[in-house]
Write a protein that binds this ligand. Structure first.
Ligand SMILES: [Zn+2]
Ligand SMILES: [Zn+2]
Length: 339
């Protein structure tokens, strides 16, 4: 086996290295900076150059080496390279080749080019490890243009009523992707501290983002009429929101595809957008690898692996400790990133 599934994570015996391990190990290869993939306690880390600033920001003084996309590293008897996963800035699929056999661990990915993350690149392999966060046919995402127009229309209508629009988004990835879709002419863009901390890190590495106003205890929100506020999902409905007076609330998540979730969240608006692949994206990505064997790690694992088996793949489920896309308090993997 090029990769094995062990208690500490996905292990490559030829390199004596783990991919996104969830227990402390000596050598960790990290796909991206979300906290369910980049964890504390490893002796050494390897990630892409663009993923490093967020990981350093989160984990502090760690032994971290970086790589460019597409560069092959000989580690033990394995040839290892990182390739764009399209999930968040710097995110990678990790290609591992041992004696001519190629496996790819994709971490989290999406196939749509969001204009922020390096666009997903299919990598040919024999065995592919995939997530299935949205591995059911009901999950299909509107294109970026439609999303931008829905967001800006809602914001403009809310501003016209003299109210503030408050949107719940993940602090790493989705917040910045949405920032770049907003039309600054509509009004000021305000941010919760969790979002702004990540904005700072990404701006610092040269990713251009529109101007934002960080909401602190001293911010006079009345001075920013007609604004939109980007905050982690857990901040919506919290005491922090009260200072904005009458608001229109929205969530931006793949789960907004489900009417029941929208209703339970009592949001005024739900925007269907995710940094994970939708059904078509998952299927297209897997097909493009040319793999015969597929391991499904997190999400709708049983349904999706059954579907893949029916399509003729040698498909199986692997238990991991990766999270999907959560709207629940305390489980946004990017909020913890900036505490
Ligand atoms: Zn992620
Ligand atoms: Zn994840």
């Amino acid at each position: 086996m090029v990769l094995e599934f062990r208690d500490a994570g996905i292990y490559c015996p030829a390199a004596d290295a783990y991919i996104d391990p969830w227990r402390p190990v000596d050598r960790a290869l990290i796909t991206h900076g979300h906290s369910d993939h980049a964890r504390w306690g490893h002796k050494s880390y390897l990630c892409t150059q663009a993923a490093a600033p967020v990981i350093r920001h989160r984990l502090g003084n760690i032994h971290l080496e970086t790589t460019a996309y597409g560069t092959t590293h000989q580690i033990g008897d394995a040839r290892i390279s990182f390739h764009p996963a399209g999930h968040v800035p710097g995110s990678a699929q990790i290609r591992v080749e041992v004696k001519g056999e190629v496996w790819v661990a994709s971490g989290d990915y999406k196939t749509v080019d969001d204009g922020l993350s390096e666009a997903f690149e299919p990598v040919r392999c024999h065995s592919f490890i995939t997530e299935s966060t949205f591995g059911l046919p009901i999950y299909s995402w509107p294109d970026q243009k439609t999303l931008a127009s829905e967001l800006n229309t809602w914001w403009a209508e809310t501003a016209a009523k003299g109210q503030t629009a408050v949107l719940g988004v993940y602090a790493l990835g989705k917040a910045q992707r949405i920032l770049r879709l907003l039309e600054p002419a509509i009004g000021p863009i305000l941010t919760h501290g969790a979002v702004e901390a990540t904005n700072d890190v990404l701006r610092g590495q040269g990713i251009p983002l529109p101007d934002t106003i960080h909401v602190t205890a001293d911010t006079d929100v009345k001075a920013h009429k007609g604004g939109i506020v980007l905050a982690p999902p857990s901040a919506l409905g919290s005491a922090w929101m009260r200072k904005f007076g009458v608001v229109s609330t929205g969530f931006a998540s793949g789960w907004m595809r489900l009417r029941g979730v929208r209703r339970r969240r009592a949001a005024d608006r739900g925007f269907v957008v995710s940094d994970h692949a939708d059904w078509d994206g998952l299927n297209a990505a897997i097909k493009a690898t040319g793999a015969d064997r597929v391991f499904v790690t997190h999400g709708y694992t049983s349904q999706f692996s059954r579907w893949l088996s029916e399509q003729g793949y040698d498909a199986g489920i692997v238990q991991t400790e990766f999270g999907g896309e959560s709207l629940d308090e305390g489980t946004d993997p990017s909020v913890e990133a900036v505490q």
